[in-house]
Design a protein around this ligand. Structure first.
Ligand code: PLP
Length: 459
């Protein structure tokens, strides 16, 4: 099926009226945006008819792949029954309740932490704003109002709202709009390739990197720290996978100082790491879990926070009215689509696939990229992959930022029908969880092709 679109017309309207996120407006307007017109399975097509394997699942979200009729049917049926109603003023709706109960049943209890409650939003950013409100309210209610500081990580990503961008540690974002807002501070990321001392093992580095949290807590003052927020693995920062020793040490530190742990699983939840939630993969005990994206496989916007018993009990029993919420909190259509999406994930056992046979095949094929002359350190975790492009494989000399190596490689990906994202000199993927072994073979063929052409360009 082709969708006929006048590309030049759409591009000129686009540049005249549409300000894109994370985009140099003037630059895009001069080159013209690529117009994506349709999608099916693991592929998208542009208005020129190019078929492109979407190894980023949209923006880390289309976990069940494109073209799922069951999701469209669920949206249609819910729109015809109850397209919208709010959940303020002591009202509720059936899909929002069903989804909250289902999420609670999917989120495993760990140690003394369990998850019985959900606070809904429409995105990851809004959810992290909600986290800030809940964390501060929690400590106020416990009579510790001095506990205001939330510690995030440099190069972490937690969204684009004022609080989300502040919790994140992206210098480019902080440079615009006077961020971070007060009482948010950051520690260095656990990036072994960049931050390890010569001779240090991955495991030793993991413990040392977690120690930066303790040092920061002591610097701020333990009685002033409210929470630590982190992604299970850093996604938008370039797929930084922590050493196995990192999370256990972080857990020891947050427990020692009694601070709340927020696990931002906007990317890592819903099968991406082979489990329903990312904290299961790394075995830690969060108090709050941010989700969005793949809860609906991106078909409609929905986000939220799984509120663990430690926080929920205080907010419910002692909190009175919580003065916070969104028009679309618990949107019935979004929640109905999420239910249908989870049905597919369960029926097709997508988390099990990722931590089973298919995931192992993906890891094995991706690791072969380590043999490519441009690549240092290609690794995966579940259905997420990252690699560093280096100038000299032996000495691990990095490219200069001006070389734009990631963008060169990304250009070759697009040119050959593959979407792979560039973050500086890192190339990253997060393919749909429905990939077959044949799809993985095709993905690897396309990555090799892009790397080979990048190598020729940079010689
Ligand atoms: N948190 C993480 C870990 C993310 O990766 C993202 C988006 O990529 C967000 C939060 C922000 O989500 P949204 O773009 O839905 O606001």
């Amino acid at each position: 099926m082709t969708t006929s679109v006048d590309t030049a017309l759409i591009q000129s309207l686009d540049s005249a009226h549409f300000l894109h996120p994370f985009t140099d407006f003037k630059d895009l307007s001069s080159r013209g945006a690529r117009v994506i017109t349709r999608a099916e399975g693991i592929y998208v097509w542009d208005s020129e008819g190019h078929q492109i394997l979407d190894a980023m699942s949209g923006l880390w979200c289309v976990n069940v792949g494109y073209g799922r009729k069951a999701l469209a049917d669920a949206a249609h049926a819910q729109m015809m029954t109850l397209p919208y109603y709010n959940s303020f003023f002591q009202t509720t709706n059936v899909p929002a309740v069903q989804l909250a109960a289902r999420l609670a049943s999917l989120a495993p209890a760990v140690g003394d932490r369990s998850f019985q409650h959900v606070f809904y939003s429409s995105s990851g950013s809004e959810s992290n704003d909600s986290n800030v409100r809940m964390v501060r309210r929690y400590w106020d209610l416990l009579g510790q109002p001095r506990r205001k500081v939330i510690i995030g990580r440099i190069n972490g990503y937690h969204g684009s709202t004022m609080a989300g961008a502040s919790l994140g540690g992206m210098s480019g974002m902080h440079a615009q709009g006077d961020l971070p807002i007060p009482n948010i501070t950051h520690i260095e990321q656990p990036y072994y390739f960049e931050n390890a001392i010569p001779g240090e093992s991955r495991e030793e580095f993991g413990v040392r990197a977690a120690g930066w949290l303790e040092a920061k807590i002591l610097e701020v003052g333990p009685d002033k720290v409210a929470a630590f927020i982190a992604e299970p693995l850093q996604g938008a920062g370039g797929v930084i996978i922590p050493p196995s020793t990192y999370w256990p040490e972080i857990q020891r530190i947050v427990d020692k100082y009694g601070i709340l742990l927020i696990s931002d699983e906007v990317i890592c939840a819903f099968g991406r790491l082979g489990h329903w939630f990312g904290y299961e993969k790394f075995g830690y005990k969060p108090d709050l879990v941010t989700f969005a994206k793949a809860v609906t496989s991106g078909y409609v916007p929905l986000g939220g926070v799984m509120v663990g018993n430690r926080v929920a009990q205080v907010l419910i029993e002692q909190g009175g009215e919580f003065n916070h919420g969104y028009t679309y909190s618990g949107h019935p259509v979004a929640c109905a689509v999420a239910m249908a999406n989870l049905d597919i994930m369960e029926a097709e056992q997508l988390p099990q696939k990722v931590c089973g046979d298919i995931g192992a095949y993906f890891a094995q094929r991706y690791a072969e990229l380590n043999d490519h002359p441009l690549v240092a350190h290609a690794e995966t975790c579940g259905f997420v992959g990252g690699l560093v492009l280096v100038k000299n494989k032996k000495t691990l000399e990095r490219f200069h930022a001006d070389d734009g190596v990631g963008m060169v490689c990304r250009g070759h990906c697009f040119g050959n029908g593959l979407i792979m994202r560039a973050v500086g000199d890192r190339m990253i993927i997060a393919p749909p969880l429905v990939m077959t072994k044949t799809d993985i073979d095709e993905l690897m063929r396309l990555i090799h092709l892009a790397l080979d052409r990048t190598l020729v360009d940079l010689k």
